[in-house]
Design a protein around this ligand. Sequence first.
Ligand code: GAP
Length: 505
Amino acid sequence: MANQEENLQSIIAHAKEYGFIYPSSEIYDGLSATYDYGPLGVELKNLIKAYWWKSMVQMQENIVGLDAAIFMHPKTWEASGHTSAFNDPLIDNKDSKKRYRADVLIEDWVAKQEEKNNKEVEKARKRFGESFDEAQFRSTNGRVLDRQKKIDEALNKFKEAMDAEDLNAVRELIIELDIADPVSGSRNWTEVRQFNLMFSTDMGSTAEGASKVYLRPETAQGIFVNFLNVQKTSRMKIPFGIAQIGKAFRNEIIARQFIFRMREFEQMEMQFFVRPGTELEWYEQWKEERMKWHAALGFDDSYYRFHDHTKLAHYANAAADIEFKFPFGYKELEGIHSRTDFDLKQHEQHSGKKLQYFDPELNKSYVPYVIETSIGLDRMFLAVFSASYLQEKLEDGSERVVLKLPAKLSPYQAAILPLVKKDGLPEKAREIFDDLKQDFMLQYDEKDSIGKRYRRQDAIGTLLSITLDHQSLEDGSVTVRDRDSMEQERIPIANLKAYISNRLH
Ligand code: GAP
């Protein structure tokens, strides 16, 4: 079985080969942590956006949309805290001249120790067979206990250092743990510094007096500053939400794992404004709703888990991540945060404008509390793509690579395939194509053997392959092959529209 790294590499190669994702500006050797979505990729991305929008806006009476600008007044980021606190702790290796996130070096060290413990457990499991009790082994084996103690101590020290903003203590911990530069093996480290993750640029020409503006690091602030505009113009009553899909930019230092962590990415965020005191009920409700949205895609439940935050950001009174089983393990896919009234109050203070809602039922004005659901579109893409990518061994011993995308996220719903390129079959196939193209995304393919064409459609996740043969000209029927089961069925051409619609819903 392929290991995690090989699996991720096959997924990246597949995404490129079939036009889902290319490295950005590849002819110039690419630009790190930025990617371009190809013809298939843009379709899948649009379908994910539509799936999110449908459930978060179309099906919600009290949620409306917004598309705010990427550039915002620089004071926005002072109010939100991004100018002063949106930082990563960085450390440089003096010999290799490579730069690392100090927290990631420590996390990687912890992961290595955990891996060693896991190996000990697996060895013991093999030795003891069925009678093996993992919990007992972990709580009694000397080596495992020692290592676990070191892990706990390191994590505690790290947390204390970060809470106290003591960057020197973070450096000392790296040295104490004997962490070496993963590239050069050198332990010659610089001081740890805080590094702001926002990209900035200049707005206006120098002559006019250019001012520094930021590329937004999250879409949420566009929603907060428009809170009253939207509430008034849409006549919304609390509780209500504002949803937005758009680009965000972060100068991530450690940009790894393909489109998991990018410097330019898209977020799908929704801010739900509620009466103070009711926020924790809404928080629980949105946690449940969001998990249902994921589950409705049909991947196994084991792909998802909640991670409730124990250490909360200063503005939050509850927070959880929905984690997904990516090819490199469980990682954050979506965040659900109860952000109190922090953001609106900050914007009130910095702008001098009131951002309050008059509640007719309570007959008073207040700054609403906010529940936020925030998911990265690209991360969702990777989740869906990696969980759908399968290398299957077939009964006849051959292999196929298939993208078993959820039906509603398949870029092409059907392929129209004339069995041979003669005898009037292509003409009839084109007729069917033209008849169905208004309603469905279709591929037309007449090149190569039918087997090869099926494989091509499997590889891009086309749900159904519709094949015309000589019988089609006689009795107006075609065969429809299902991507997942590979079963074939003969149906009248007249029923195709209803058949595809049924399969989609
Ligand atoms: N407004 C809240 C917010 O931005 P976040 O946890 O920083 O919270 C929310 O980001 C989501 O955005 C994450 O759960 C993740 O899916 C996505 N995301 C964050 N940084 C990303 C990056 N560098 N590349 C891709 N997706 C990212």
